[in-house]
Design a protein. Structure first.
Length: 157
């Protein structure tokens, strides 16, 4: 998504369910914004859905959480958090009579203000931000956001 060559222009580009955070570095996330800006029509919109980071969920950079425990299985999540790099690695592990199943996830998260800066550097401007898809107001208690960016010239109209 940071390098996808596309022909033509689009009225809408969207990344939902924290997809942007799958890019492993700030540089690659910034590249994605630039790539989207090149592909947007002058009145187009770039919509992203992301969680709002909560470092308080980690104790000394880690967290273990039991998700489910039954007679035949147990599922836990194990996190390792690097606040400086704004990264975390998560492993969802299920232990059962069938064996062990592991589902890894690694993310590089961003604060909304950092996303706004990346957008600005790509010639996009924040047009709207909501706490969720129901368009509830975004505030300091929000755990997620839907952010709508438009080309800077269109955002001022």
């Amino acid at each position: 998504m940071a390098d996808v060559p596309v022909e033509g222009s689009f009225s809408l580009v969207f990344l939902v369910f924290n997809t942007l955070f799958n890019l492993p570095s700030q540089e690659r996330q910034r590249d994605c914004f630039h790539n989207v800006a090149r592909a947007l029509q002058p009145d187009g919109a770039f919509v992203i859905e992301c969680f709002v980071p909560d470092p308080a969920k980690f104790d000394r950079g880690s967290r273990v959480e039991a998700l489910e425990v039954t007679e035949d299985s147990a599922t836990i999540q194990v996190y390792r958090h690097d606040a400086v790099a704004q990264r975390y690695a998560k492993q969802t592990i299920t232990f059962s009579t069938d064996g062990i199943r592991m589902l890894p996830v690694a993310l590089r998260y961003c604060w909304p203000s950092e996303l706004d800066l990346m957008a600005s550097q790509a010639g996009l401007q924040l047009h709207e931000r909501y706490a969720d898809w129901d368009r509830r107001p975004f505030d300091s208690d929000s755990t997620s956001h839907i952010s709508v960016y438009r080309p800077a010239a269109a955002a001022t109209r």
